[in-house]
Design a protein around this ligand. Sequence first.
Ligand code: UDP
Length: 243
Amino acid sequence: MNTEVIMGLPVDQVTYQTILAELPLYFENGKKMTAISINPQIAVDAKKYPDIVEFIKQSTHRIPDGIGIVLVSQLTGGKIKERVAGFDLMVKFLEYANNHQKRVFFYGAKPEVLFDAIENTRELYPNLTITGGIDGYTSLSEAEVVEIINRAKPDFLFVALGFPRQEQWLARNTSRLNVTVLQDVGGSFDVLSGRVKRAPKMIINLHLEWLYRSLSNPKRIGRIIQLPIFVVKSLWCKVRGDD
Ligand code: UDP
């Protein structure tokens, strides 16, 4: 697998197909897959979190989750041509789990969101087993959360605590978790629960989902400016040879 460096962060030249094609090997060999979203927000902010940068460097799949990442790769002679959206990858993992009768665990989001996300997943994917869920505001200690997850023996763990909490949590706990596939999924449980709608297909195809999401959530409005800042900063990094 080839890797590019964008603002000091590795991003892998992967697609949904290449990741899914590798999955059986991970299960056969008992290896751990860590699929981590690299998007403009993380690339701009990651330097504040050396633990996250280290974790990303050690992760097996650093997915190009944003049109900004694809654009910068293209502008700098890279080979990343396709966005791998964290939500869509999670859905593909759920489909795989459903087809192979695997076990999944959900950690994160508000209790009611988690509940609905689990219900909907059960309905959509009746052949997978949901071995448990813990909301992202639990009073359980970190060690207790890890123990509960390990006792549940999931094959897939989806962590939805938002950036930077989910990456920091994974950085601290991945080595203690007996799980094959670990993914940080941001607000994906909100979408799975039906509370948050993804952008219409046409908007996604026009690579404008980031704009749609920013405009439809007042808390995200400031993020509109993040994409151009990211593109300029990352090109500047390349020019200076900082990567
Ligand atoms: N979240 C959580 N615990 C926290 C903070 C956030 O479980 O302490 C959840 C939140 O409920 C949401 C998800 O993390 O389901 C993503 O949160 P946010 O929208 O803030 O992050 P982003 O999507 O911007 O990464």
